[in-house]
Design a protein around this ligand. Structure first.
Ligand code: GLN
Length: 480
């Protein structure tokens, strides 16, 4: 059984107290300090949640699917008992007056909110190096990055500190770090999980997403946080996700390999790992079909117009009036207040996004960039639709990332090189589809992820297929 299932059963049946889980996770969080993966956590807050659970009657506890399960949250998901900073100076000390819907649901399910986790400022980045609180270290090699922007959550799960964690995805920020760190990352369909209480980056792309060490761990958490929420008009009118019993085989499933995701210059180890996954699909009785998603090469440029445009609009609210520290600039008028607060509050990458976003939305450039990007986004979505609907493909198999985890500092001076780390993930956010990254092997000790992409709202089938593949793969085996 998974860790999530194991802990929840033990606490529900009274074999372990939530209090002892809270103390153990506190010890692990303390030991994890060198990773710099946590932002705010406190033993007192953990203990308080555990005491509440332990004080319940056995019947009350029995109804809680995540009883006593410690879960870490990316620090762009708001909580009332800890600050939410998005790793930005502009939100220093900010405490939300309400809990995000996912937090309310996790608490109701009996989970212990263990820690807020480090991230790229406002979730903008692919390495968790753009944080005002310093970079996160890869748990297997401190000189490397854990991926990003949800690098803190990924590192804590990979290091065995918590069995599951939440991150957020706008363009791959859970699947990419999951792949780098050797854990499972699920990005649900747009609308599957409420965004109420997720600090907005690109509102048409953002989706709270889940890390676990196994498909089962992550799926159980996704089931709890999913389902319609009246506080988020973009949440789909669907009940919470019902999981299928994991499949033992892939008989009757057609898996498409999009040729654009296997370019000739793909990293050799990534290709070898994916070759093995393809062979396992066949061993399990699945059918492999080569397919084409012809607009793939436009995904990164399209994403890096749409996401910054939406970010520029969303981040306009951080003006020194409502949130975080207010800095009064020279001149003392409102313009000076904005300039000082925003100039000192935002880091370089966030400022770059605001500049790009403002530029592509400005009159004269809107048609050439923003409108064009929206048109290309529709073409990208149509590529997927055609493969799923007209070629009877049930899901796609691709690499999650073009390479294993890179070294810290390697891409910080070259934003475009950093953006290309999202090449196999951001198209899926643009098309609003669900996808999962599972560990598929290692190269020189560094994990490599394989990605499954499914049609809109087909998570249940995607997850049961991923579980079958997971059982057939050896994630720690060196590929070559
Ligand atoms: N790396 C991408 C970016 O920097 C994706 C971020 C995300 O998914 N939050 O925008």
């Amino acid at each position: 059984m998974s860790d999530v299932g194991f802990v929840a059963a033990a606490v529900r049946e009274g074999r372990t107290s939530a209090d002892s889980v809270a103390r153990e996770v506190g010890r692990r969080l303390t030991r994890s300090a060198p990773l710099n993966a946590t932002l705010d956590w406190s033993q007192a807050i953990l203990d308080r949640q555990a005491t509440r659970l332990d004080a319940m009657s056995a019947t009350q506890r029995a109804a809680r699917p995540l009883a006593g399960v410690p879960i870490a949250l990316k620090d762009n998901i708001v909580t009332t008992d800890q600050p939410t900073t998005c790793a930005s100076r502009i939100l220093e000390g900010y405490v939300s007056p309400y809990d995000a819907t996912v937090v309310t649901r996790l608490r109701a399910a009996g989970a212990l909110i263990a820690s807020k986790t480090n991230l790229d400022e406002f979730a903008m980045g692919s390495s968790t190096e753009h944080s005002c609180r310093g970079r996160v270290h890869h748990p297997l090699d401190p000189a490397r990055v854990p991926g990003g922007s949800s690098g803190g959550s990924a590192a804590l799960v990979a290091a065995g500190v918590v069995p599951a964690a939440l991150g957020s995805e706008t363009g791959g920020s859970v699947r990419q770090p999951a792949s780098f760190c050797g854990v499972v990352g699920i990005k649900p369909s747009y609308g599957r999980v409420s965004r109420y209480g997720l600090v907005a980056f690109g509102s048409s792309l953002d989706q709270i997403s889940v890390f676990g060490r196994t498909v089962d761990d992550a799926s159980r958490v996704l089931a709890v946080i999913s389902g319609h929420d009246e506080h988020d008009a973009t949440s789909a009118p669907l009940p919470p996700l019902v999981l299928e019993t994991p499949r033992r085989d892939l008989r009757g499933i057609t898996v498409g390999l999009p040729r654009e995701y296997f370019p000739t210059d793909l990293d050799g180890a990534v290709r070898a790992a994916l070759d093995q996954v393809r062979d396992r699909v066949r061993d399990l009785g699945g059918t492999i079909r080569e397919v084409s998603l012809p607009h793939t090469r436009y995904a990164v440029p399209t994403y890096y117009i749409v996401a910054p445009a939406e970010a520029a609009a969303n981040l306009a609210r951080f003006d020194g009036v409502r949130y975080g520290p207010r800095r009064v600039g020279a001149g003392g008028d409102v313009e000076a207040l904005y300039r000082a607060t925003r100039g000192q509050g935002f880091g370089a990458e966030v400022r770059r996004r605001i500049l790009i976003g403002t530029y592509v939305l400005s009159s004269g450039y809107y048609d050439a960039y923003y409108r064009k990007a929206q048109q290309v986004r529709a073409l990208l979505a149509d590529d997927f639709r055609r493969v799923f609907e007209e070629q009877a493909v049930d899901m796609l198999l691709t690499p999650t990332t073009p390479t294993p985890a890179f070294r810290a500092g390697e891409k910080t001076d070259d934003p475009v090189a950093m953006y290309l780390a999202d090449i196999f993930t951001c198209s899926i956010n643009l098309a609003a589809l669900p996808a999962i990254s599972i560990p598929a092997g290692r190269s020189n000790g560094l994990p490599i992820g394989a990605q499954l992409v499914a049609p809109m709202f087909a998570e249940a089938r995607m997850l049961s297929a991923a579980a079958a593949l997971e059982a057939a793969l050896d994630p720690t085996r060196e590929v070559r």
